[in-house]
Design a protein. Sequence first.
Length: 334
Amino acid sequence: MIYNLPNLCDHKNMNEKKIDFDKILDQIRVFAPATVANMICGFDILGFAVDYPGDEVNMYRVAEPGVRIRSIQGDDGRLPLDADKNTVSACVKMLLKHLGIEKELGVEIELIKHMPIGSGLGSSSASTVAGLFAINTLLGNPLSKEELLPFCVEGERLACGHGHADNVAPALMGGITLVRGYEPLDVIALPVPEELYAGVVFPKVDVPTRDARQLIKEKVLLKEAVTQWGNIAGLVAGLYRKDYDLISRSMQDVLIEPTRAILIPEFYAMKQIALDAGALSFGISGSGPSVVAIARGQEIAEQAAARIQQHLTDCEIDSFKYVSAVNVGGPKVL
């Protein structure tokens, strides 16, 4: 499936959406999933959603116009309550402005973080997607998911300085997504083989996204680039053919992993453990420090994640683990 995505600056399109104020809900509760960006070999262009963890937004219609944040839980006080600085509320304000009702509608937001910030699992993405999906549902779904996606990308720009879609696209659309380009934004849904599972482990070490990105080389050898292109193409072909051997051979990263792995303690030991457990591949989720063992079947994903977590425990490194199939639904109303 190729999504037909609108231009965020196309006010004409947005203003044609008529909101029936009598049908706006009084409140809504939404969950949006974590994501594994890059899918090992597809830096900044591939990603998939998982069932858990994720973030939750409770949104309430109130009499006083404007967007406000009532509370944030689970962030250890790290996120701003200022509605102009928090990505969730800022994106909601942006959407209401494009719909032409920012001076007529009042909403208050409760954000509940169920995942660590800076985990490499799309923490800011899940919050932004939950907020935008919530306000759109509250209003009676005037916009399609395709029309919401550019607002989600802007949320990523606010959060980390880069408007990438490799987290927000799968979080919003569900499944596995390919970002073919940004000018214009061009996102493609890829097939999801039924037995594809992810065993995600989050070591409790600090790897800021900005620091991880600064390590990436601006120039690469042509030989390495050709290898990476072949792997990405092979992975896409493997997904369409449901060829797990091809998927396994293709999920190899020769460009980004060698540099980012330096920031993650015990990375290569964890990789060997995952492969010995039967995983199809192993790599870094997003910018890390979370790592992912991608496997055929839940049992292998469980074993790989459990053995990796035990190894980290032996190394006196605390961690969380999550095992999930690919989440094909994206955000949901709770």
